[in-house]
Design a protein around this ligand. Structure first.
Ligand code: FAD
Length: 371
């Protein structure tokens, strides 16, 4: 049978695409093919409420497991509560909602071994033919051009006596090593907290056991010891110089360069792509409005890659926190548009202009600031 859409990879972007298609094109014949036993793997994805276009609310609301009205950031020179709503989606919820809505369109434990613009071949030998094939097989398929830095982290979810009320997106009041280091705290329930030790580094090496131990030590120091109920870790490439060009097959998600080069977040771009694809027939998925979507995204991403060059090449490792501290003093709406990849010209000027943080080499900064 010929399908309308075959999506390889049932992670964040693949499942969002399939859900958006089911909502906007209920008659479409879809296959969402995932090599693992569950959609989404073992993840928690967070986002700022401002990342979501109004028309995506119906799609995303059923996936949200927790939301908060604000969050904290802390640096050695000061702390701030940022009044931007923040929310999380869990892979368990993505799997449950995905299966309920998509039914037998979901094929799990089904590795894809070959993919073309019109066919997806599974390890079982089955070949799916589709009017539109979408490759959503995740960050490892990304082929950036030039140098990269990495966001790498290991997190432990703990059952605790009392979790804090608000998340802490960055606590950089920790020893700085292996790049810019901070701890990310997400209170998932009154008695549950995710503590993630994160590094923005030029080295991709992640010693998971060591970084988990660092997260546990932080938790203990902050009165958050408790039973370990889940762990997660990741190493996400952050390009400095360039992103792959789009080609004939539609590549979605991180591997398709639909992500934020500075933060490694891919949720906002995944939602926008899902709305785009679901809003037209399969043959028109790569139409002129797709080119517009990508070129608007690239403008934002080029600016972020310039920030990356600045951070990783012009600022000594031990001083990088100062750049992040300065950024988090900016107006909340600028911070929100930065995360959503929707910065205005004024936002961009606010981010790079003004007195440079201590430790920055002005000569290398000017070199890296070139577009
Ligand atoms: C632990 C972790 C936490 C993160 N937290 C956030 C966050 O809070 N907010 C945010 O915006 N971003 C976050 N990110 C970054 C990014 O959003 C995620 O990596 C996101 O999952 C990327 O979505 P994706 O669909 O491109 O890839 P994935 O979600 O990784 O999905 C790819 C899927 O393809 C499947 N696959 C791969 N190869 C095959 C194959 N051959 N056949 C069939 N299936 C295959 C994989 O099993 C996987 O399920 C996080 C990343 C990690 C690793």
């Amino acid at each position: 049978m010929e399908l309308d859409y075959a999506i390889a990879g049932g992670g964040l972007s693949g499942t969002l695409l399939a859900l958006a298609l089911r909502a906007r094109q209920p008659e479409a014949r879809i296959a969402l093919v995932e090599r693992g036993p569950l959609l989404g793997g073992n993840h928690l994805w967070s986002f700022h409420a401002a990342d979501l276009p109004e028309e995506a609310r119906g799609l995303i609301e059923p996936l949200v497991v927790r939301r908060w009205p604000a969050y904290h950031v802390a640096f050695p020179d000061g702390a701030r509560t940022i009044r931007l709503p923040y929310a999380s989606i869990s892979s368990a919820r993505l799997d449950a909602v995905g299966r309920a809505v998509l039914g037998d369109a979901v094929l799990t434990s089904a590795p894809v071994i070959r993919l073309s613009a019109s066919e997806v071949e599974l390890a079982s030998g089955r070949v799916l033919r589709a009017r539109r094939v979408i490759d959503a097989r995740g960050p490892l398929t990304l082929q950036p051009q030039g140098a990269m830095a990495f966001q790498k982290f290991a997190g432990v979810e703990l059952r605790v006596a009392r979790a804090p009320e608000l998340p802490t997106l960055m606590d950089a009041c920790v020893e700085q090593r292996d790049g810019f280091r901070f701890v990310y705290l997400l209170p998932l329930a009154p008695d549950r907290v995710l503590v993630e030790d994160t590094r923005f580094s030029i080295s991709p090496t992640l010693e998971v056991a060591q970084v988990e131990a660092d997260a546990l030590a932080y938790a203990a120091e902050h009165g958050l010891s408790g039973e370990l109920v889940r762990r997660e870790h990741g190493v996400l490439p952050l390009p400095l110089d360039g992103l792959p060009k789009t080609s004939g097959t539609l590549h979605a998600g991180y591997g398709g360069a639909f992500f934020h080069p500075t933060t490694g977040y891919s949720f906002p771009a995944a939602v926008r792509l899902a709305l785009h694809v679901a809003g037209r027939p399969p043959e028109q998925a790569l139409d002129a409005s797709f080119d517009r979507l990508v070129s608007e995204l690239r403008v934002q991403q080029r600016f972020c890659m310039m920030l990356n060059r600045l951070l990783y090449r012009a600022v000594p490792e031990a001083e990088r926190w100062r750049v992040l501290a300065r950024f988090h003093q900016l107006p909340e709406e600028t911070i929100a548009r930065f995360y959503a990849l929707q910065m205005t010209g004024q936002d961009r000027a606010r981010i790079v202009c003004g007195r440079p943080p201590r430790g920055i080499s002005l000569r290398s900064a000017f070199r890296e600031l070139r577009p």
